[in-house]
Design a protein around this ligand. Structure first.
Ligand code: PLP
Ligand code: TYF
Length: 393
C-alpha cells in the first residue's frame, strides 16, 4: 500500500537548514530557521533552565504519568506569565501541548469541534505551518491581508477591510507579537480596533504567542493578548516555550482557552480529550522546567535577565544593520529593520536576490527574504549589508 503514497513537499525552512550545513564555505551565515543564536552562533541552554534541570535531577522521584491536560501548576504558571497574575481562572481552561505547534493544532481541533462551520482567518503571510496544518486537517481557511510589502509595515486598513467579512463563530488567528515572517506588528491601538471588530462580529480570536519576550519585553509582548483576553468572551491562545525558554527540543507549549464560566468544565475536559486522542500525555520535562523557573523568584529573575540580554542583543543588531544600510544605500529605505520586532524581518528582496546572496555570499535566508536577526553578529552585519546592496535590493 505504501507505493500509493505521494511525496510531500519538504518544509522549506527546515530544508534550508540542511542546505546550510552542506555548504563548505567557512564564512557562511545562517539567517534561516527561527532559532536564537548568540554572537558565537551557539544556541545555549539558558542559565535558569540549566539550574532548574539540576534541581529536578536531585528532587525528581518518579516519572509516572502526569495529568492528561498537564500539571495544574504549569497551567497556572503559564496563565500568569501570558495573561498576568489577575487572569480569570474561573473562565480559563489549559492544556499542556507538544510545543507551540501542538497548541496551534489542538486549538484548531477544538475550534472545529465547537463549530464545524467555522472559517479560520490567517494573516497573509503567516508561519507556513499554520497553512499546512489547516490544509492537512481539510479545515476551511481564508487569508487576510497583513503586510504592506512596499512600506514593510502592517497593512492595517487592508487587514480590517478583509476582516470585515468575518462571520459569527469564525476564528481569527493573530500573532501575539514578533510576527513571523514579517517582523511587523500591531500597535496597541490597532489591537483595540481588532478587538472592537471581533466583538461586533461575534468571532473568536486565536492568538499564537511564540516569541513572548523577544520583541519589546515580556510584559509588553503580552499586551495585545491581554487586551483581547480582557475584551472578548471567548479566546484561544497557543503559547510556545521553545524560544523564550530556549527549550526547543523539549516540545513545550500551552493552549489556553477562555470561555464563559459555565462552559469551563466541558471545555477543560475537551482539551484533555484532544490530548488523549492524539498522544495521551504531552511531554512533561520542559513543562516542569518552565514551572520551576516561573515560580522560583531567583530562577525567574535570572531567566528574565537572560531573556532581556537576548532581546536587547537582537535590537542592537537591528540598529546596526539599519545604520549600515542607511550609509550604503544613502537612503532611509531600510530603516524598517530597526522598527520591526522579534527574530524576523522580511526584507522584501526578490527570490533571485535571495538566491544571489546565497550563491555569492553564502548568506542563507528563507526564500521569501525573511531573515533571522539572531543569526547575525557585529562582524557579519556589514557583510550582509553589502550583500543586500550588491543583490540590488
Ligand atoms: N508559531 C509560530 C509563529 C512560530 O514561529 C513557531 C516556531 O517555532 C511556533 C508557533 C511553534 O514552535 P514550537 O512548536 O517549536 O514551540
Ligand atoms: O519559523 C521558524 O523558523 C520557526 C522554527 O516546521 C520552525 O518557527 C520552522 C519550521 C518548522 C518548525 C519550526
Amino acid at each position: 500500500m505504501f507505493n500509493s503514497l505521494k511525496a510531500q513537499a519538504p518544509d522549506k525552512i527546515l530544508a534550508l537548514m540542511g542546505q546550510f550545513r552542506a555548504d563548505p564555505r567557512p564564512e557562511k551565515v545562517d539567517l534561516g530557521v527561527g532559532v536564537y543564536k548568540d554572537a558565537d552562533g551557539r544556541t545555549p541552554v539558558m542559565r535558569a533552565v540549566k539550574a532548574a534541570e539540576k534541581q529536578l535531577w536531585d528532587s525528581e522521584t518518579t516519572k509516572t504519568y502526569t495529568a492528561l491536560a498537564g500539571e495544574p501548576a504549569f497551567h497556572a504558571a503559564m496563565a500568569t506569565n501570558v495573561l498576568g497574575a489577575d487572569y480569570p481562572a474561573d473562565r480559563l481552561s489549559c492544556l499542556a501541548t507538544v510545543g507551540g505547534t501542538g497548541a496551534c493544532r489542538q486549538g484548531f481541533e477544538l475550534a472545529r469541534m465547537a463549530n464545524p462551520e467555522a472559517t479560520i482567518w490567517v494573516s497573509d503571510p503567516t508561519w507556513p505551518n499554520h497553512l499546512s496544518i489547516l490544509a492537512f486537517m481539510k479545515q476551511d481557511y481564508k487569508l487576510y491581508r497583513y503586510f504592506d510589502s512596499a512600506a514593510r509595515t502592517v497593512a492595517f486598513d487592508a487587514m480590517m477591510e478583509d476582516l470585515a467579512a468575518v462571520k459569527a463563530g469564525d476564528v481569527v488567528l493573530l500573532h501575539g507579537c514578533c510576527h513571523n515572517p514579517t517582523g511587523a506588528n500591531l500597535t496597541l491601538e490597532q489591537w483595540a480596533a481588532v478587538a472592537d471588530l471581533l466583538e461586533a462580529k461575534g468571532a473568536v480570536p486565536m492568538i499564537d504567542l511564540a516569541y513572548q519576550g523577544f520583541g519589546d519585553g515580556l510584559e509588553q509582548d503580552a499586551a495585545g493578548t491581554r487586551l483581547i483576553a480582557a475584551r472578548l468572551p471567548e479566546v484561544i491562545i497557543a503559547a510556545s516555550c521553545s524560544k523564550n525558554f530556549g527549550i526547543y527540543r523539549e516540545r513545550t507549549g500551552c493552549l489556553m482557552v477562555l470561555s464563559d464560566a459555565a462552559s469551563k468544565e466541558v471545555t477543560q475536559g475537551t482539551l484533555a480529550y484532544l490530548n488523549r486522542q492524539s498522544y495521551s500525555f504531552a511531554p512533561d520535562h520542559g513543562a516542569r522546567l518552565v514551572t520551576m523557573v516561573l515560580t522560583d523568584p531567583a530562577l525567574k529573575a535570572d531567566w528574565m535577565a537572560e531573556l532581556e540580554e537576548v532581546r536587547t542583543g537582537m535590537l542592537g543588531l537591528r540598529e546596526q544593520l539599519a545604520a549600515e544600510l542607511r550609509q550604503l544605500s544613502n537612503s532611509d529605505r531600510f530603516d524598517f529593520i530597526a522598527r520591526h520586532r522579534g527574530m524576523f524581518s522580511r526584507l522584501g528582496a526578490s527570490p533571485e536576490a535571495v538566491e544571489k546572496m546565497r550563491v555569492d555570499n553564502a548568506i542563507y535566508m528563507v526564500g521569501d527574504s525573511r531573515l533571522n536577526i539572531a543569526g547575525l553578529n557585529a562582524k557579519t552585519v556589514p557583510l550582509l549589508a553589502r550583500a543586500i546592496i550588491a543583490a540590488g535590493v
